[in-house]
Design a protein around this ligand. Structure first.
Ligand SMILES: [Zn+2]
Length: 305
């Protein structure tokens, strides 16, 4: 089916107390592994492309591969820009047919974050494309951050309410204890903060850096409004791990398909596990997502592509 936008998808997740996985992909095999998992689990799915992925694959390869994958799948697929770094990058991705955008102004002063986010929302609203923005900072593990630094960067609930009102965003990425690019899943999320955020913010919230957070903690956070969960590092670990093992098992192989297909299979199993954990398995049709009559179908936006 054609791509759908994330707006109604996340709203349905909010009402249904589940979360939709947003999986990062950089190449064809990763996209296929994610889509195959979604089809097998009958789960809606968000395929997200980061600035790094755009640099690596090129924007038109990255976006076209996801569109082809969506076309062949019988589950709702969103093409999302992960951590868009500027107004311009969001314009470019809107024009390339992305059905969900993100501006990450979390490192900017609050006023600048509001100003640029608002500009992007104003650009996207007439064509029905939702925008995610980030308040507080989800830090990078490569910075070797301390507990205190993670705590100091967390999202303030009162400021979050103000930010949502001022910008008109569709979803809010919050910092509640997770850290990007962690290779062990042992961080505990600040559930009390999630509860406080839920009282102040009525739009869907987004968890970044989920690979480093404990799964029981993630499941609890879903009950307090986390509707989109970004997963990258664990997928990369599975994909690369399988290929490393294959290089040991088949040292003389020169056919890339024999190695890459093992990476794809390993990644797919991780995605399936995440979909079951997040509660999105089986939600592709039960909420009417697959119905062609749903308003989030983007066929009418074809002129943008
Ligand atoms: Zn992130």
């Amino acid at each position: 089916m054609p791509l759908v936008t994330s707006k109604e998808l996340l709203q349905a997740a909010l009402e249904g107390h589940f979360a939709v996985g947003a999986f990062n992909a950089n190449n064809m095999e990763q996209i296929q592994g994610i889509i195959d998992a979604a089809v097998e689990e009958q789960s809606p799915v968000i395929l997200q492309v980061s600035q790094g992925a755009i640099d690596y694959a090129g924007l038109s390869y990255a976006s076209t591969m996801v569109k082809v994958a969506a076309q062949e799948a019988n589950v709702p697929v969103v093409l999302h820009l992960d951590h868009g770094s500027s107004f311009e990058q969001n314009v470019i991705c809107l024009r390339a047919g992305f059905t969900s955008l993100m501006f990450d102004g979390s490192k900017l002063p609050y006023e600048d974050n509001v100003r640029i986010t608002k500009q992007i929302v104003e650009m996207c609203t007439p064509v029905g494309i939702p925008v995610e923005a980030e308040l507080g900072k989800v830090l990078q593990s490569r910075d070797n951050v301390s507990e205190d630094e993670v705590r100091a960067a967390m999202t303030d609930p009162d400021q979050a309410r103000q930010f949502v009102e001022e910008t008109g965003i569709s979803s809010l990425a919050v910092a509640v204890g997770s850290v990007h690019a962690m290779t062990s899943a042992d961080a505990e999320l600040d559930i009390e903060r999630m509860k406080a955020l839920r009282e102040k913010v009525d739009i869907p919230m987004v968890l970044h850096g989920s690979s480093g957070a404990r799964e029981d903690s993630i499941v609890e956070a879903i009950q307090y409004g986390v509707c989109k969960i970004n997963v990258a590092t664990q997928l990369n670990m599975a994909f690369v791990g399988a290929i490393k093992q294959a290089s040991v098992d088949m040292p003389d192989n020169v056919d890339p398909r024999k190695w890459l297909s093992l990476g794809r299979d390993a990644l797919k199993e991780v995605v399936r596990h995440k979909m079951r954990t997040f509660g999105s398995s089986g939600q592709a049709t039960s909420s009417g997502f697959a119905s062609p009559a749903k308003s989030f179908r983007t066929a009418e936006l074809g002129h943008l592509e």
